[in-house]
Design a protein around this ligand. Structure first.
Ligand code: ES4
Ligand code: ZN
Length: 335
C-alpha cells in the first residue's frame, strides 16, 4: 500500500521486547558450542531450520516459554548477553527504531547459576555501545517470573534494591512475565509495593491468555502504569473506557499473539476496537526470533491486514512515544 514507505521511514519506538526473545537459532547454536552447553536430543534441535520450523508451531504461551527457556540456557557469560543485545540494537537501528524499552528475565538465568550481575554487566555494555554508536536510547525493564516460588522473586528484588539499580539509571521499570494462567497479579502485590517507592515504572503481562479481570487486577493490585498485551481488555467496554480516560498504554504484540496460537489469525486482533475506543496502544514485536517477525515486519503485517489510515498510525506511533519511559527532552526529540 501507499503507507508502506511511511511505515519503513517513520521513526519507531519499541515498548515491549524481550532481549531473550531476540536469540536467533544461528546465534543459539553458536553460543551453545562455545559455552559447551548441551541442547535437547530431539530432532527439532538438529539445526537452525528444524528449530525454526518448530517455532512456527507454538500452541500456547507455555509451549513457547519451554523453548525460550531452553534457548536461554546457552547464555552464560556477560559477553553473551552483550552480543545478544547488541545484535538486536543493530537490527533495530536498521528499522529506524530510535528508542527501545528492553525487558529482561533475570530469573531465567539465575535459576541455572548465572548471576544477576553478569547479566546486567553484559546488557549495560551493549546499551553504552548502542547509545554511542547508534544514537538510540534504551531503558531496561527487569521482569519477575510468576511461575517460580515467591521467595525466588523476593530474592531478585532484594538484589536489585541492594545494587540501587532502580535509582541509578540501570533499570527503569519492573514487569511481570511468564505463565499467566494459575498466577494472578495479586500474588505479587507485596513485591510491587516494595519497589514502588523508588519511583520505578511498573508494568505487567496480563490479558494475554486470561480475561479482562486480569487487566483490572494488575491496575488495582500492582498499580501498574502500563499493561503489556492487555489483549482481552477488548472484551470489556467499561474497562476500555477506563483505559482511554487514564491514557494507560497497552503494549500490543499482535503478531506474537498469532505466533503463540493465542489468536487464530492477525485479523482477529482487536486493533480496530482499541482505535475506536480511543485506547492508547503501541505495536511491538515481543520475542521476534521466536515469533518470526521483527518490528518492521509486524508494522507491515498489521497494515496488510487492517489497512489503517495515516491518522490511525499516528495515534499508534505517538502512543508508544508518549507512553514511553523517557525524560521530557528525549520525548520531544522522538515526537
Ligand atoms: C515471557 Cl518469561 C518471558 N520471556 C519472554 N517473553 C515472554 N512472554 C511472556 N513471558
Ligand atoms: Zn512479552
Amino acid at each position: 500500500s501507499s503507507l508502506h514507505d511511511f511505515l519503513v521511514a517513520v521513526p519507531k519506538v519499541e515498548n515491549h521486547l524481550h532481549v531473550e526473545g531476540t536469540l536467533e537459532p544461528a546465534m543459539l547454536f553458536a553460543f551453545a558450542a562455545r559455552n559447551h552447553v548441551e541442547l535437547p536430543k530431539e530432532p527439532e534441535w538438529a539445526n537452525v531450520e528444524s528449530l525454526k520450523a518448530r517455532y512456527s508451531k507454538f500452541t500456547c504461551l507455555d509451549d513457547f516459554l519451554r523453548y525460550i527457556y531452553l534457548g536461554a540456557s546457552v547464555l552464560v557469560k556477560a559477553a553473551d548477553f552483550e552480543e545478544l543485545a547488541w545484535a538486536y540494537f543493530v537490527k533495530a537501528a536498521s528499522m529506524r527504531v530510535r528508542h527501545v524499552e528492553v525487558s529482561f528475565d533475570p530469573q531465567m538465568h539465575t535459576v541455572r547459576g548465572v548471576s544477576y550481575d553478569v547479566i546486567v554487566e553484559g546488557l549495560m555494555a551493549a546499551k553504552r555501545r548502542a547509545v554511542k554508536q547508534l544514537g538510540m536510547t534504551i531503558e531496561y525493564i527487569a521482569c519477575i517470573h510468576r511461575h517460580l516460588p515467591l521467595a525466588d522473586s523476593t530474592a531478585l528484588v532484594d538484589v536489585i534494591l541492594e545494587r540501587r539499580h532502580l535509582t541509578d539509571g540501570t533499570i527503569c521499570g519492573v514487569g511481570l512475565v511468564s505463565s499467566e494462567k494459575p498466577f494472578p497479579p495479586v500474588m505479587f502485590a507485596d513485591l510491587f509495593k516494595r519497589v514502588a517507592p523508588t519511583g520505578t515504572k511498573l508494568t505487567a503481562h496480563v490479558g494475554e491468555e486470561v480475561g479482562p479481570e486480569a487487566v483490572r487486577e494488575a491496575l488495582q493490585c500492582l498499580n501498574v502504569s502500563r499493561v503489556d498485551h492487555g489483549l482481552t481488555a477488548a472484551q470489556d467496554p467499561k474497562l476500555l473506557e477506563e483505559l482511554a480516560r487514564s491514557r494507560t498504554l497497552l503494549t500490543l504484540c499482535p503478531w506474537s499473539n498469532v505466533a503463540l496460537g493465542i489468536l487464530p489469525e492477525l485479523s482477529q486482533s482487536p486493533v480496530r476496537r482499541f482505535l475506536d475506543a480511543g485506547v492508547r496502544f503501541s505495536i511491538n514485536s515481543d520475542d521476534p526470533a521466536y515469533d518470526g517477525a521483527y518490528l518492521q515486519d509486524v508494522y507491515c503485517r498489521v497494515q496488510d491486514t487492517f489497512n489503517l489510515t495515516l491518522e490511525e498510525w499516528d495515534w499508534i506511533v505517538r502512543g508508544g512515544i508518549e507512553g514511553s519511559w523517557v525524560g521530557e527532552e528525549r520525548m520531544k526529540e522522538l515526537l
